[in-house]
Design a protein around this ligand. Structure first.
Ligand code: SAH
Ligand code: MG
Length: 217
């Protein structure tokens, strides 16, 4: 038996990321939940934003700005990030951390329930090339539907925590969050408007692309 898990091995071969380590420390200091996206998937977010050349990125669930920094790192000069967060004090820490990381002018925080914010973004005619879905899991299926409505043709949609630390697979767990993420995963896997794949490392991540034919606007 090896001493390290596959995730630990993968984490250890990368040099330490000082900026993200400080974000994690700030989250600890504030007594906020330590549930930032895993380092491997944070790196994937940066790469996918770059590869897709996304100019408008939407994040659902800011926490302390860890994934926000990963997303912002992938943006080109014209790129912008809109981040939705229900807790004003979390958005404030995220803003502080993105500013310290040099992305203060790239990000706009919208405080409130993410579905309400997405409805407002639709009214404003905003469209996105890339959406990272990572807020409460109860509403995850709604976030997916609204993400498709706000998507440009070919947009990348990503969902975090598809396994909910194993609860997704365990029939004894049936709370609203677990039911939400199960429906979200199933829709990601079967919705005819999407191509997708579920990556089973860490807490699970699903990566999808919105087909051109799915976007009417
Ligand atoms: N994406 C972050 C982690 C987000 S944790 C990262 O990886 O760095 C989930 C976040 O979603 C929390 O900050 C929580 O306050 C927020 N949240 C929960 N319910 C929400 C809702 N209904 N609308 C918007 N944000 C919500
Ligand atoms: Mg997450």
């Amino acid at each position: 038996m090896s001493r390290l898990t596959q995730e630990e091995y993968a984490n250890d071969i990368y040099p330490p990321d000082q900026v993200l380590a400080e974000v994690e420390e700030s989250i600890r200091q504030c007594g906020m939940p330590e549930i930032s996206v895993s380092p491997g998937y944070g790196r994937l977010l940066t790469i996918l934003v770059k590869m897709s050349q996304a100019e408008s990125v939407l994040e659902i669930g800011a926490l302390g700005g860890y994934s926000g920094i990963c997303l912002a790192r992938g943006l080109g000069n014209a790129g912008k990030l809109v981040s939705l967060e229900i807790k004003p004090e979390f958005a404030e820490l995220a803003r502080k951390n993105l500013t310290a990381a040099g992305y203060g002018d790239k990000v706009e925080y919208r405080i409130g329930d993410a579905v309400a914010s997405m409805k407002q973004l639709e009214r404003e005619g905003r469209r996105f090339d890339f959406v990272f879905i990572d807020a409460d899991k109860v509403q995850a299926p709604d976030y997916l539907e609204w993400s498709i409505r706000l998507a440009r043709p070919g947009a990348v949609l990503i969902g975090d925590n598809t396994f909910m630390h194993g609860k997704t697979l365990d029939p004894v767990h049936n709370g609203p969050g677990v039911q939400g993420i199960r429906l979200f995963n199933e829709r990601m896997a079967t919705d005819a408007r999407l191509d997708s794949t579920l990556l089973p490392a860490y807490d699970g991540l699903v990566v999808a692309r919105v087909k051109e034919s799915a976007v009417l606007n």
